[in-house]
Design a binder for this molecule. Structure first.
Ligand code: NAD
Ligand code: TYD
Length: 376
């Protein structure tokens, strides 16, 4: 089988892991990575696969409808995995328009361009798929009904700290959308458009909603890489509010594996939640990060604890996210491969071993370097 797969946002954090997985695992596919290379897009994330014959990079903006039409038809795209987005909640609070533009209008332009091309073919939508990557944040916020945490009632893993649930409710695929931040509102809107293209035009679509990802190549505006980098540099760790908010963390390669499985085996028009039943209160997670970084740097235990700095809370800060991913486990047999302790150790080690990557990003040099390299 020869498939032409368009992956949008492939130079970003999750997208780069998805591109790498597909390029390595499917030599018979043509993998086209389409990315605008915003501040969050970094081709250094894909250095190890950039010369592969089944990989091609195209710099483009998903909002550019004519460009999307041209790229989709000239590359005879039959599958789209759509990750390109503005992804940081704090930025969305300051600049909601950019989020509406990229996440809503960009998704719509991609959908319409795919529709036009696929409907022009004799076989129409046969063998085609528009797979939209979304977030658990569209479901809103859950209550913190067990502030100290209890073991999740249906966890498949050992009853250890990493299986803690901080409330009795979880997000299901059927949970009503209730987004709060401009980021989640824009993602919710894009999800609705994707489903509308299925319901109205019969386009084969799938939507997945995943919990917070962590791992290598994440832009250091997000909690985990930001804090690892700050600890290394002895800088303050800004904890929003009291650090009591709860997030459900999944190792990024496990998300990429789920995307691969769903792209190939998922049922059209379905929604799948992706998560590993791994809830952490921010302050507890931060303590684990500090302990791990200090240990790997050879510092005595407690050396960087003083960096914790409680700051003004994020506006409209959602209290708790918790994904129920039992549908994906039951129907497609997906399970996370890593326990959290292992994942966080791997992640901290990666950032400490790849300080050049971090330093390039924080100095902005990487943009100049790749602009010159690709004449961008
Ligand atoms: P990211 O910010 O690291 O990467 C986004 C990528 O999209 C970047 O490479 C950027 O250059 C590109 N991009 C942005 N605007 C574009 C445009 N107009 N045209 C083309 N490319 C554009 O984001 P991420 O964390 O890798 O998230 C990827 C997707 O997964 C997003 O859709 C996000 O909503 C979703 N998601 C993320 C998480 C998470 O924890 N990071 C969890 C669940 C779902
Ligand atoms: P983040 O990584 O921005 O992901 P999201 O907002 O999508 O969940 O933040 C994770 C949690 O960490 C969230 O509750 C906000 C909190 N946080 C801080 O306390 N300080 C920070 O500097 C950042 C970036 C996040």
């Amino acid at each position: 089988m020869n498939r032409n797969i368009l992956i949008t946002g492939g130079a970003g954090f999750i997208g780069s892991h998805v591109v790498r997985l597909f390029v390595n695992k499917y030599p018979g596919y043509n993998i086209i990575n389409l990315d605008k290379l915003t501040y969050a897009g970094n081709l250094a994330n894909l250095k190890d696969i950039e010369d592969r014959p089944n990989y091609k990079f195209i710099k483009a903006d998903i909002c550019d409808y004519d460009r999307m039409r041209e790229i989709i038809s000239s590359n005879q795209i039959d599958g789209i995995i759509h990750l390109a987005a503005e992804s940081h909640v704090d930025r969305s609070i300051k600049d909601p328009f950019t989020f509406a533009r990229t996440n809503v209008m960009g998704t719509l332009s991609l959908l319409q361009a795919a529709k036009e091309y696929w409907e022009s073919l004799q076989e129409k939508y046969k063998g085609k798929l528009f797979y939209h990557i979304s977030t658990d944040e569209v479901y809103g916020a859950l209550a913190l009904t067990h502030p100290e945490g209890v073991v999740a009632p249906f966890t498949t893993k050992a009853s250890s700290e990493d299986d803690m649930a901080y409330g009795t409710e979880f997000f299901l695929e059927t949970t009503k959308y209730n987004p709060h931040s401009p980021y989640s509102a824009s993602k919710a809107s894009s999800d609705h458009f994707v489903r509308a293209y299925h319901d109205t035009y019969g386009m084969p679509t799938i939507v997945t909603n995943c919990s917070n990802n962590y791992g290598p190549f994440q832009f250091p505006e997000k909690l985990i890489p930001l804090f690892i980098n700050n600890i290394r540099q002895g800088k303050p760790l800004p904890v929003y509010g009291k650090g009591e908010n709860v997030r459900d963390w999944l190792f990024v390669e496990d998300h990429a594996r789920a995307i691969d499985l769903i792209f190939h085996k998922g049922k059209v028009a379905e929604t799948y939640n992706i998560g590993g039943f791994n809830e952490w209160k921010n302050i507890d997670l931060i303590k684990v990060i500090i302990k791990t970084v200090d240990r790997l740097l050879g510092n005595p235990e407690g050396y960087s604890d003083h960096l914790i700095t409680f700051v003004t809370d994020r506006l409209g800060h959602d209290m708790r996210y918790a994904i129920d991913s039992r549908k994906l486990q039951a129907e497609l047999g997906w399970e996370p491969s890593l326990q959290f302790e292992e994942g966080i150790e791997k992640t901290v080690r990666w950032y400490l071993d790849n300080q050049d990557w971090m330093d390039d990003i924080t100095s902005g040099d990487y943009l100049t370097y790749y602009r010159e390299m690709y004449s961008l």
